[in-house]
Design a protein around this ligand. Structure first.
Ligand code: SAM
Length: 365
């Protein structure tokens, strides 16, 4: 290679690296614009009224046209909404069917606005991070405020509403019968209580208890429960009223929360202490692999997940001085299995349930 070829190659490499860095900033800023699109009702209006001008979109949402136009240009440039310019120069915006599902259909399993709902709270954590990095001490879920709990609820409920009853519960041997006849069920790390309430309504003879340490999530769960007038579920902070340890529970559920806990091993032992000898634990947690190399190779969202871990999951798991700090990608199938065995479980089986992010395990004593 000649000297000038070498210099050109170095310049190209520099441009490529700068592009890689600034594409992350593009993603971060556009993510903020997605938050606004959701919060201001812009996507909902576009879903109902396709092929409209920025003036029509602004009028429909009660907003100022100049701001809406710039937002729509960002969204079109990011290929999230469609744009068509007429010969006269009028630009019209719309949504594809896929965009309607992901951006504007709360009941669609692919709906994705939950993480964007809590983006400001998630990013706000950056203010605290330098101190966390110095001391090692993280922040629990309540540090994201009430909107953090709503964001979590909006992240997980669309999939649960669509698949929990028809797919997940029947995948566990004997569970539908057990719940229909009347069982004692606990949901640990229940968040805003969506899963517990869904099952409580479907199985009125069973009794459900949701446990969470987030006061904002518990408040939301209790409000929704009284709105829906569901009487066979209650929501409790386990630090006030500890999880029962008398082997009386038929079914334990944990959705996306063990990796967030400061003491996951102790929690697994608590689950074993709560369960009957013939009880069952449904563990749902992130589909993580063992170690950085594996996650980088097989998970296209690995960098997003390691980042969210710092801002949310690992931070929660480090929120006491002796926190285990598993984090978003720290609870692989092999680690879950060895921890379950150490907690006194002998049956560990991954269920054949397709999910973009989560793995499902049936665990028995
Ligand atoms: C990612 S959220 C999942 C919430 C809910 N399971 C869902 O799927 O919507 C994790 C939850 O675990 C809760 N959590 C963390 N540590 C906990 C603990 N030791 N006991 C009970 N809940 C805990 C957090 O407060 C948070 O609400």
């Amino acid at each position: 290679m000649t000297t000038s070829e070498k210099r050109n190659a170095q310049e190209d490499a520099m441009k490529m690296f700068s592009f890689a860095v600034f594409s992350k900033l593009e993603g971060a800023v556009t993510a903020g614009m997605i938050h606004l699109g959701d919060r201001l009702g812009l996507y909902s209006f576009l879903a109902e009224n396709s092929n409209i001008t920025s003036q029509e979109l602004a009028d429909g949402c009660g907003l100022h046209e100049r701001w809406v136009r710039e937002w729509a240009y960002n969204q079109a440039a990011a290929h999230l909404i469609t744009s068509q310019t007429s010969e006269g120069g009028v630009v019209r915006f719309g949504l594809t069917d896929e965009a309607v599902a992901v951006l504007a259909s709360p009941d669609h399993p692919a709906y994705g606005m939950g993480m964007f709902h809590r983006l400001p709270q998630t990013m706000q954590a950056l203010q605290e991070m330098p101190e966390c990095f110095r001391t090692g001490l993280g922040l629990d879920y309540d540090s994201h405020g009430p909107e953090g709990a709503v964001g979590i609820e909006r992240s997980f409920e669309p999939w649960n509403q669509a698949f929990l009853l028809p797919i997940v519960i029947p995948a566990i041997h004997g569970l539908t019968k057990l719940l229909s006849e009347g069982a004692s069920v606990i949901d640990i790390g229940c968040g805003a209580g969506g899963a517990a309430m869904l099952l409580a309504q479907a199985f009125p003879k069973s009794n459900f208890t949701g446990y969470d340490i987030s006061q904002f999530a518990l408040e939301r769960a209790k409000d929704r429960q009284s709105e829906k007038q569901i009487t066979n579920v209650k929501f409790i902070d386990p630090r006030v009223d500890p999880i029962v340890q008398d082997g009386s529970v038929d079914f334990v559920m944990t959705f996306d929360c063990i990796h967030d806990m400061t003491h996951p091993q102790e929690m697994m032992q608590t689950i074993r202490g709560a369960l009957k000898d013939d009880g069952v634990w449904l563990l749902v947690d992130i589909k993580a692999l063992d170690g950085l190399e594996q996650n980088m190779m097989h998970n296209p969202m690995a960098s997003l997940m390691y980042g969210i871990s710092i801002l949310s999951c690992m931070s929660s798991a480090m929120s006491s001085p002796d926190g285990a700090g598993l984090g978003t990608l720290g609870f692989s199938s092999s680690r879950a299995k060895s921890m379950a065995v150490a907690a006194g479980f002998s049956h560990f089986e991954q269920l054949a349930i397709e999910h973009s992010v989560n793995a499902f395990y049936e665990i028995r004593p």
